[in-house]
Design a binder for this molecule. Structure first.
Ligand SMILES: [Zn+2]
Length: 118
């Protein structure tokens, strides 16, 4: 490398333009590509994390009523009250089967004062 410096300014210019400039451009391109890749992966990860959080919140909201009490277990069947068939029929402990609309009518939401402390 020092021998190039000793061969004069013309050789030095050729060496810088022919070797170091392409190497520097290549290095810049590689670094920029790596940064873009990292940004893309981070963006995808943030989107995935947000989707998981929303799905988890929706799943919890689907199992819990507005007053915080849980819905009874559900499966497909016929509603005893409106005779609609659904794959989300709630099976009450007393043996009744109700769809969510009828359940909300038959079993009213507890007010704040009625809520159990546990
Ligand atoms: Zn019903």
């Amino acid at each position: 490398m020092l021998s190039v410096l000793a061969q004069g300014p013309e050789q030095l210019r050729w060496f810088v333009q022919g070797v170091w400039l392409p190497l520097a451009l290549l290095l810049i391109a590689v670094v920029a590509g790596a940064l873009l890749l990292v940004a893309w992966v981070a963006g995808r990860w943030l989107l995935w994390r947000r989707r998981v959080r929303r799905a988890r919140r929706a799943a919890i909201a689907a199992r819990i009523r507005a007053d915080g009490s849980p819905y009874p277990p559900e499966d497909q069947g016929l509603c005893d009250r409106c005779s609609r068939s659904s794959d989300r029929i709630l099976f009450l402990p007393d043996g009744r089967r109700l769809c969510r609309d009828c359940y909300d009518v038959v079993v009213p939401l507890k007010s704040v004062g009625e809520r159990s402390s546990c």
